[in-house]
Design a protein around this ligand. Structure first.
Ligand SMILES: Cc1ncc(COP(=O)(O)O)c(C=O)c1O
Length: 361
């Protein structure tokens, strides 16, 4: 393990922290954060600090040129002795693809894993050992150089904060087709996890919500015809008992959950097509009954069925209620692995053992 500097007040912070009964998702912040700075072309040693406000120069490039990227993953502790991270290497690789795209420094894998493991181990007693509960981890990196000229920052800070969380909204999603605005364009940043993508999606999300829907469904920027994804989830359909999902392009975020679902479905013998999906063909197949399910997947929501797809003219395309939907079968398969309730044959879980600097048993 790399050297880790632990703040002397940290254990007192933990002893004084009271976990509320109602957690929600991503609302309660654990009393710890990891920080590593990048100066003079090098990552410095990591620090485990009490969770606190960050002080930054107002001219920091993150504020003016959005040099900021983030990740999201969960640690579970339902049936396992130690908390387990789910496929953290995938998040590390995606973080470094985001860094490359944003002219930010790549993070060594050891530093990324030190950050995740130290925060998770510190929080291990704050992770509810209950189904669907987890520690949601949010790594992020910002450009900190104070300068208003448009160029990449030469100093950066990497953080991991964590939120003991309950289930994400699990009722079926009502989705509104976004026919006007776009989330990502060819050559842009849709395939990486950078904050600008999300800020730019907010007005469509609010628009969809004002109409009584949960999220917009994004289409391609050129023809407004091909399905891409939801704002924080990848998109799937079940057509003629086979799974169809948009083929990855540089306008779609390659979700870790998306990849896991495809692999689980194939293992179960379900045919999976990764291909361009024309929205009008999909609407036709919902009407004709050949499309029986739509669902979305991502770290927060795992797998969530979509009950309604709605178009601009307020036309609604409702999906039937099935006895044994593919979406719920895959959701259970994935959760059983994540929660340690079935054998992890893919080797996806990464246990986080207790660290020698931790207090308590
Ligand atoms: C735009 C977008 N698509 C898809 C996903 C799902 O990705 P993952 O399964 O890695 O959480 C996310 C969440 O990170 C996202 O922000």
């Amino acid at each position: 393990m790399e050297q880790l500097n632990i703040h002397p007040e940290l254990n007192t912070e933990l002893l004084n922290f009271k976990l509320p009964e109602k957690l929600g998702f991503g609302n309660i912040m654990a009393p710890v954060m990891f920080k590593a700075d990048y100066n003079n072309g090098n990552w410095e040693s990591g620090q485990l600090l009490p969770y606190a406000a960050i002080s930054l120069d107002p001219a920091s490039k993150v504020f003016h040129f959005a040099q900021i990227l983030f990740e999201g993953l969960k640690a579970y502790k339902v049936e396992t002795v130690h908390p387990v991270l789910f496929r953290p290497e995938e998040n590390w690789q995606r973080l470094n693809r985001s860094a490359q795209r944003m002219l930010m420094p790549e993070l060594p894998q050891k530093l990324f894993m030190q950050a995740l493991c130290s925060v998770t181990a510190f929080c291990q007693d704050l992770i509810p050992a209950k189904p669907l509960h987890s520690l949601y981890l949010r790594p992020f990196m910002i450009g900190t150089q104070a300068s208003l000229s448009l160029s990449a920052s030469d100093t950066f800070s990497f953080y991991v904060i964590a939120s003991p969380s309950g289930p994400f909204k699990s009722s079926p999603l009502k989705v509104f087709i976004e026919r006007d605005n776009t989330r990502a364009a060819v050559g842009g940043t849709g395939h990486v996890k950078v904050s600008g993508n999300y800020g730019a999606a907010l007005s469509s999300t609010s628009n969809a919500m004002n109409k009584g829907y949960d999220q917009p469904l994004w289409l391609d920027a050129v023809e407004h015809r091909f399905i891409e994804e939801l704002s924080i989830m990848n998109f799937f359909a079940v057509v003629d008992k086979e799974i169809v999902t948009p083929k990855l392009t540089d306008t779609i975020l390659p979700g870790v959950t998306r990849d896991s679902i495809i692999r689980l479905a194939k293992e179960d013998g379900v045919v999976v097509h990764e291909q361009a999906m024309d929205i009008d063909d999909l609407l036709f197949s919902i009407k004709s009954g050949s499309c029986t399910e739509l669902f979305a997947c991502g770290t927060a929501a795992i797998v969530t069925p979509i009950s309604v797809l709605a178009d601009k003219d307020d036309q609604k395309y409702e999906l039937p209620t099935l006895d044994d939907p593919v979406a719920l079968r895959l959701r259970k398969r994935l959760l059983d692995i994540q929660q340690g309730q079935t054998e992890d044959t893919f080797g996806w879980l990464c246990p986080v053992p207790k660290q020698d600097w931790q207090i308590g048993d």
